[in-house]
Design a protein around this ligand. Structure first.
Ligand code: 5GP
Length: 179
């Protein structure tokens, strides 16, 4: 049986590369201004944030530590199951450190809420979040990211790190996927 593959016309550019990069530069400058000269421990949530994190830490500049953890919440579909699992944890403690969690997208808020609760108990000096995309329409927990790149409509997006069943992460822009 032939594998069903989405065709090109199911993707529509929502945020072009130039707008993404310009906004990330603004976010970086704002974050660095807020933290002053202090070192920042940036925690990227894999896999979706890998591209955003790479550009954002360069835009922030100064003294930065890069850490990663991985969560699974979608299991390959397009709707959150609400079940969040840390599949790969931080390798070093964040106790006493100004910690900034870097996420690709906040939708229901369940993933970030779970992560923040599990990181807060580790005693960081401060704990903030930076999400590239915010889909406020589906929020299930009262949670807002400290820094947000773009607020977007309630559509399933791919590209710039975000996938559909592991595809499209390498797109340089954000696109809406229509099944
Ligand atoms: P939440 O727990 O806030 O509902 O969802 C957060 C996670 O769900 C994100 O880290 C991301 O992995 C995934 N997610 C939510 N919305 C989208 C979307 O539109 N596209 C993709 N590719 N992933 C999404």
């Amino acid at each position: 049986m032939r594998e069903e593959r989405p065709t090109r016309d199911q993707l529509r550019v929502l945020i072009p590369e130039e707008r993404l990069q310009a906004r990330i530069k603004e976010l970086g400058a704002q974050i660095r201004a807020d933290y002053g000269d202090r070192p920042i421990t940036c925690v990227g949530v894999l896999k979706g944030s890998f591209m955003f994190m790479a550009d954002l830490v360069r835009a922030i500049g100064g003294d930065i530590r890069c850490e990663f953890l991985a969560v699974s919440s979608y299991h390959g579909g397009t709707r959150s199951t609400g079940v969040v699992r840390i599949t790969e944890d931080l390798r070093t403690p964040i106790e006493g450190q100004d910690t900034l969690v870097i996420e690709d997208i906040i939708d229901t808020g369940l993933t970030l809420d779970y992560l923040l609760r599990s990181l807060q108990v580790r005693g960081p000096a401060s704990l903030k979040t930076c999400c590239l995309l915010d889909k406020p329409a589906h929020r299930e927990v009262a949670l807002d990211s400290d820094y947000v790149g773009f607020s977007i409509p309630d559509e399933f997006v791919v590209g710039y790190g975000l996938d559909l069943a592991e595809r499209y992460r390498n797109l340089p822009h954000i696109a809406v996927y229509t099944p």
